[in-house]
Design a protein around this ligand. Sequence first.
Ligand code: NAD
Length: 485
Amino acid sequence: MLTDLVTGLEVPTDLLIGGRWSPADDASTFDVIDPATAGVIATVANGTVADAGRCVDAAAAAAAGWAATAPRERSSILRRAFDLMTDREEQFAELIVRENGKAFADALGEVRYAAEFFRWYAEEAVRLHGELTTAPSGSNRIMVVRQPIGIALLITPWNFPAAMATRKIGPALAAGCTVILKPASDTPLTALAIGALLAQAGVPDGVVNVLPSRRSGPVGEAILGDPRVRKLSFTGSTEVGRSLLRVAAEQVISSSMELGGNAPFLVFDDADLEAALDGAMVAKMRNGGEACTAANRFYAQAGIAEEFTERLAQRMGALTVGPGIDRANAVGPLVNQAAVDKVSELVGDAVSRGATVSTGGGAITGDGYFYAPTVLAGVPAGSQLLDEEIFGPVAPVVTFETEAEAIALANSTEFGLVSYVYTGDLARGLRVSEALESGMVGLNRGLVSDPAAPFGGVKQSGLGREGGHEGMVEYTESKYIAVAW
Ligand code: NAD
């Protein structure tokens, strides 16, 4: 237990299994690094395959009791979790900054977003409706009930250490499932602190188990290989998602996948340019660009492209970069050195093909993993960063002429998570929104994430939805009972 990392917040460093905190079965540990300094801030238990088995046992032992717990009681516990997290939002934000690096304002925004999943699913827990209809033949009734799907494995990424966990735990608990959370090894502390918070809120032992581990492959396979486990909810890269789908196929486990993105941001000549710039800054720079929803490609229509690029560069260049813990900084470090290397490589590739740097353009030397906010103009087709997630503070701008061309460019990717459109013409906005191949569209808005809305992607950005009512349905199975009376 760390008592001095964040004032006023106890941060566990052991595994949470069956309501007890314990070291790894083989006593092994791994380090957690502060991306702003590259220094070690904590040492955390490194879960083993044996620990994974203990987690499934604990989740199985708690399953029947939790499924039978009254929805109102489950709802009250989730509501308490919302209150507890909200009371400690500053401490949770600080913890996120320490292990993830993001700017304090982004971390505080994440904590509020994360807590909202507890509140939303406290409200949804008592609204798990079934159906009753008369069979077309008239011979009987068709009754459909929704039951908890069973034990769920939740695997989360490092970029939203709190929100990606609560976006899964909230609906799973509301639906009556018990869970095993495997957080990213760059950011296990927030997940462990959420485990402690849930225990305090009254979640019974074994309902939520938290298993940090650097052995994610074997641990994931062990859990998904156990026939008692019936659900996988994964958020992370498309590459890892694809390999987990193969593993889940063995036991035909229901899988929800929130994978990578490559969001286009379209600005038409008739857009309110000031609003488009505000939206662009949010869509690009929330989390310093390390978001699956980050605008990855800016497409500006010829009439405004030059002015848009120039003004975007001014705004990006004016951002203060530095450790997120200092609230004056708008942009923190990237998560690790590999992230800096990847962003540098992508920018280098675009520049070598003829893109020009309007602002930024390189890593910032010194301690930590900092990269300067960057705008690239005239980015040629074929540049790697138009095809891959940049996951950093880099905005490439491409010019287009017609609406049809913009739609074709936007859709020319295997990803389909979110798209952004700015236009003053509502008919065009809706027409383009319908034509875009993505699970979500921000129409004259640079932020789409909302716990009350279905979040998710099409194409290789994922399967299923999180948030809204749909997010809870993912943790249920429908059962049809043919009734004659
Ligand atoms: P990642 O795929 O490398 O890791 C995600 C999680 O999977 C981590 O917990 C990791 O330890 C675990 N993991 C890795 N290999 C595994 C294996 N073989 N078996 C089981 N678990 C394994 O992703 P990341 O780098 O942590 O996160 C960034 C990625 O997440 C980006 O692609 C981003 O777009 C995506 N993301 C998507 C959403 C969304 O909602 N669509 C949200 C946030 C992040």
